[in-house]
Design a protein around this ligand. Structure first.
Ligand code: HEC
Length: 92
């Protein structure tokens, strides 16, 4: 039990360090979803407000990809799929 608690504390600590590191590098994202979108989607789609698909279709597209769009099934977790979708929906 003691190991479990200290592992949890250690990963919290890393998360805090990581967010400080990204602030120091000059990136100013207001949410994880925004950063994930910038890293994974912006290069092809530009502003998220250009995506008008319904929520379920956004999920399928990210998860499965398209004819020319890569699938993010392997590279993004379920939670990350949701964070990107929340971010895209907020841009409407
Ligand atoms: C390598 C370029 C590329 C990346 C990276 C990419 N897409 Fe796409 N995306 C495309 C292309 C090309 C299409 C057109 C449909 C197809 O490929 O069949 C598309 C289609 C879509 C569609 C369907 C609507 C449309 O415009 O046709 C959505 C929604 C979408 N992408 C969201 C995303 C999201 C969210 C991400 C980030 C997780 C992402 N895409 C990353 C290239 C990309």
């Amino acid at each position: 039990m003691k190991t479990l608690i200290s592992t949890a504390a250690a990963s919290l600590c890393c998360a805090a360090l990581y967010s400080c590191a990204s602030i120091d590098s000059g990136e100013h994202y207001t949410s994880t979803g925004e950063k994930l979108y910038a890293d994974n989607c912006y290069g092809c789609h530009r502003e998220a407000s250009s995506l008008h698909e319904p929520k379920s279709f956004l999920y399928e597209t990210i998860h499965d990809g398209g004819k020319n769009m890569p699938s993010f099934e392997e590279s993004l977790s379920e939670a990350e799929h949701q964070q990107i979708i929340d971010y895209v929906l907020k841009q409407r």
